[in-house]
Design a binder for this molecule. Structure first.
Ligand SMILES: [Zn+2]
Ligand SMILES: [Zn+2]
Length: 258
């Protein structure tokens, strides 16, 4: 199994998970033209996408969905019922949806997938565990608190994408209005570098080999700040062996082997 990011951050999110020639896309938050362009950079033909999985209904995760469905009406979109309802309200998606229930495992080609609930201000937001080829991938961005119940899923992972959204000091000093600052650092907002690192410290197992740092804020974080916080944590843990990669908002990255 291997993973690529087409984009990660509040300007759009899309990730490709591949195994045995089968590809699924997690979220579809870029314009269709940009999804097409970035996929091509990685050698991916969008005709090869077998399914799309949705984490939640925010625009930066579903913006491209209606256009994708228009071009590829045969590709199912997997979401829980609340996310499907909230997404369908704003898009013409017809019969694209296949519903899953949180925590119930389902299969797409070689992948066994299950979704777990996360605290975020969307209809019914989830993270995913994707298993294939004897490996487990943990995908979790857009969450306000690193709950133990989420850490228990991280503990299973060989590879993880985890949100490192903001530096608390930069967020407070930013020009964002007070209500937005409150939202971002609130219980249903986004994880700071410290929150994410604490989750890794408490729950990463010896199996975890690769950590993709996702959904980084352009205005309220810096790559080097996030890496410094994580590296201090990994040093405390004696886990310099964990490969860590900061995902980009602007450029596709990957593939990374699980
Ligand atoms: Zn987002
Ligand atoms: Zn969101």
């Amino acid at each position: 199994m291997r993973i690529a990011s087409l984009a990660s951050g509040s300007g759009g999110n899309a990730y490709i998970v591949e195994s045995q020639g089968c590809r699924i896309m997690i979220d579809d938050g870029l314009s269709h033209r940009e999804t097409l362009r970035r996929a091509a950079v990685l050698g991916i033909d969008l005709d090869s996408i077998a399914a799309i999985l949705l984490t939640h209904d925010h625009a930066d995760h579903v913006f491209g969905l209606a256009a994708f469905h228009g071009k590829h009406p045969e590709v199912p979109v997997y979401a829980n019922a609340m996310t499907a309802l909230a997404t369908r309200r704003s898009d013409r998606l017809g019969d694209a949806f296949r519903y899953f229930e949180n925590t119930q495992e389902f299969e797409i080609g070689p992948f066994a997938v299950s979704a777990f609930p996360i605290p975020h201000d969307a209809a019914d937001p989830v993270g995913f565990i994707v298993k294939a080829d004897g490996k487990t991938y943990f995908h979790c961005c857009d969450l306000g608190v690193g709950l133990d119940a989420i850490g228990c899923h991280l503990a299973l992972a060989d590879m993880a994408t985890l949100e490192f959204n903001h530096d608390p000091g930069m967020l407070m000093e930013s020009s964002r209005p007070p209500h937005l600052k409150q939202r971002i650092c609130g219980q249903r907002g986004h994880l700071s570098n410290y929150d994410a690192s604490a989750l890794v410290r408490r729950f990463a197992s010896p199996n975890l080999k690769t950590l993709l740092m996702g959904h980084m804020s352009g205005e309220c974080n810096e790559k080097n700040l996030a890496l410094a916080v994580l590296d201090a944590t990994l040093a405390e843990m004696g886990r310099a062996d964990i490969r860590r990669i900061v995902l980009s908002q602007d450029e596709p990255m990957g593939f990374f082997d699980a």
